[in-house]
Design a protein around this ligand. Structure first.
Ligand code: FES
Length: 508
């Protein structure tokens, strides 16, 4: 199992990851897929089914990225249908609903066809409001979702809960599964179709080569007619995509409840902060289940004490689910929020005709990533797809202009960290297991003191576009507040868009 800091292990991570070789040579293929999460592996699997030769690479072991950190809900868009309709019109809201329905149906079909045992189940999802202030939005959402073709009902309260949720919307036919078991099933199906996987193989650059591309990695290269970048946030685009989406951390606790004490449903509210809830069963013989509750989001790198977010969620859980027992799991994950609430899937804006991206999951990673894989597969196969304009990564941010300007202002403000002092005046002030920023003349140094007392010093300048990283005690990592890059305490990349590690610094 991955050596994770205490307090950061998802309920899915008991599933062993599969090991693959490191690419050490130059090879040729029809399609190179970069990123071995749901988006990348679904794309690779679908293309392999079409008869394409496909090579998939991942910078880490497969399953060590965001797929192991999702809560794996298939439910309606994080932005409400009435907001999507206001921004894009009724027809595009209908297409969003269609893409979500078809993505969920495709996962169900793959599970059956490939015999993947991943606890996939259809169930109802309930959107509720604990405060009367949210009732009007429930009504608006009911009308907009119904117009978009979604199957839903209004109910007085969520059935089967021990607390009165107040009025709610029941979205029928939603779904959940075990994401890493599904990923392992996809890997096996992809390999049966002749697909090839390399892990611990970081893509460094995509170079144009006549009418094809060369994906350069640390120890080898892949020549391909088409390249799909499915790395949660694209590493190949320095600026454009990163001004149109913002990186958030979301926190999750997995808490024991007696078996059968909470109904098998998906649940989320429209409060601020908001929470999302599902169940998973450790195994058939167990007399308890794990209630998974997430929320308490904040922008990456912009909370000095993110570890307190777990306590916030736990307090909410214990208030509403008094049968809750021990907290067995705590973890956080990354969400890419598009400025206009709709994912980016299709041709990469500033690039070549056959380079594609799937990003902007907006907390709907399972559906967005699967819909993105379907769309990109159609583009590569030269087929029409009615979702092309809706999800076009080149579209302007005009539909979400106020959020776009707010996030841009927030990012620009982060650069003022360069004129501020450090968190500490000397490394002696840093306790074992903690990290802090030290100012050294013009330079800022990210210092971590390990449990044995040894100091690890790195340049605090993020290698993407130079913001000052900040300490994340919940994940024992250095996180960038500008576009969400994250680094380990020895400077290695945990999350893009950064493509190179933080530089080591020699302290006097
Ligand atoms: Fe863009 Fe750090 S992620 S500057």
């Amino acid at each position: 199992m991955e050596n994770l800091p205490s307090g950061s292990r998802s309920v899915w991570m008991t599933t062993a990851s599969l090991e693959f070789p490191i690419l050490q040579e130059t090879i040729e293929t029809d399609v190179c897929v970069i990123g071995g999460g749901i988006a990348g592996l679904t794309t690779a699997y679908l293309l392999s089914r079409e008869g394409k030769t496909v090579v998939l690479i991942d910078a880490m072991e497969i399953g060590k990225g965001e797929t192991g950190r999702t809560t794996a809900h298939f439910f309606p868009p994080d932005d409400r249908y009435f907001e999507i309709e206001d921004a894009f019109g009724e027809e595009k809201a209908r297409l969003v609903a269609e893409s979500f329905e078809q993505a969920t149906a495709l996962v169900e079909t793959i599970v059956k066809k490939e015999g993947i045992e991943c606890e996939f189940e259809r169930l109802s999802g309930y959107l509720f409001s604990l405060s009367p202030d949210g009732y009007a939005n429930l009504d608006k959402e009911f009308e907009a979702a119904r117009k978009a073709g979604v199957e839903l009902n209004k109910r007085d309260r969520v059935p089967g809960l021990s607390f009165d949720s107040g009025p709610c919307l029941q979205f029928r036919n939603q779904a959940q599964f075990h994401p890493l078991k599904y990923l392992n099933g996809l890997i096996r199906a992809f390999e049966r179709n002749g697909g090839i996987i390399y892990s611990r193989t970081r893509a460094l650059e995509i170079k144009s080569r006549n009418k094809t591309f060369l994906v350069k990695t640390e120890h080898g290269a892949i020549g391909a007619h088409a390249v799909v970048v499915a790395t949660n946030t694209p590493f190949n685009d320095r600026l454009v995509m990163h001004t149109k989406q913002a990186a958030y951390r979301t926190y999750v606790v997995g808490i024991r409840v007696p078996k059968g004490s909470v109904p098998r449903i998906l649940l989320w509210d429209n409060g601020d902060p908001y929470y999302y809830v599902r169940l998973t069963t450790p195994d058939e013989k167990s007399n308890h289940e794990i209630l998974i509750v997430g929320g308490a989001d904040h922008k990456v790198g912009q909370d000095e004490h993110p570890e307190h977010r777990y306590a916030e969620i736990e307090k909410w859980v214990r208030k509403h689910f008094p049968m809750a027992g021990s907290v067995d799991f705590k973890w956080s994950g990354q969400i890419m929020e598009p400025a206009d609430g709709v994912g980016y899937m299709g041709r990469n804006p500033m690039d070549f005709k056959n380079v594609y991206v799937i990003t902007g999951d907006s907390g709907n990673g399972m559906t967005h990533c699967t819909a993105g894989a379907m769309l990109v597969t159609d583009l590569i196969m030269g087929r029409k797809n009615s979702w092309l304009d809706l999800y076009d990564p080149s579209r302007s941010a005009v539909h979400g202009i106020s959020d776009f300007l707010k996030e841009l202002g927030n990012t620009m403000a982060q650069y003022s960290d360069w004129v501020k002092g450090g968190d500490v005046d000397s490394p002696e002030q840093i306790l074992p297991g903690e990290g802090a920023i030290l100012r050294r003349e013009e330079q800022k140094v990210a210092i971590y003191r390990d449990e044995g007392g040894k100091i690890h010093a790195l340049s605090a300048a993020c290698t993407h576009l130079g913001c000052v990283v900040s300490w994340n005690a919940a994940e024992t990592s250095w996180d960038c507040p500008c576009h969400g890059s994250r680094f380990s305490v020895d400077g290695q990349i945990l999350h893009g868009p950064a493509a190179t590690p933080l530089e080591a610094v020699q302290l006097d």
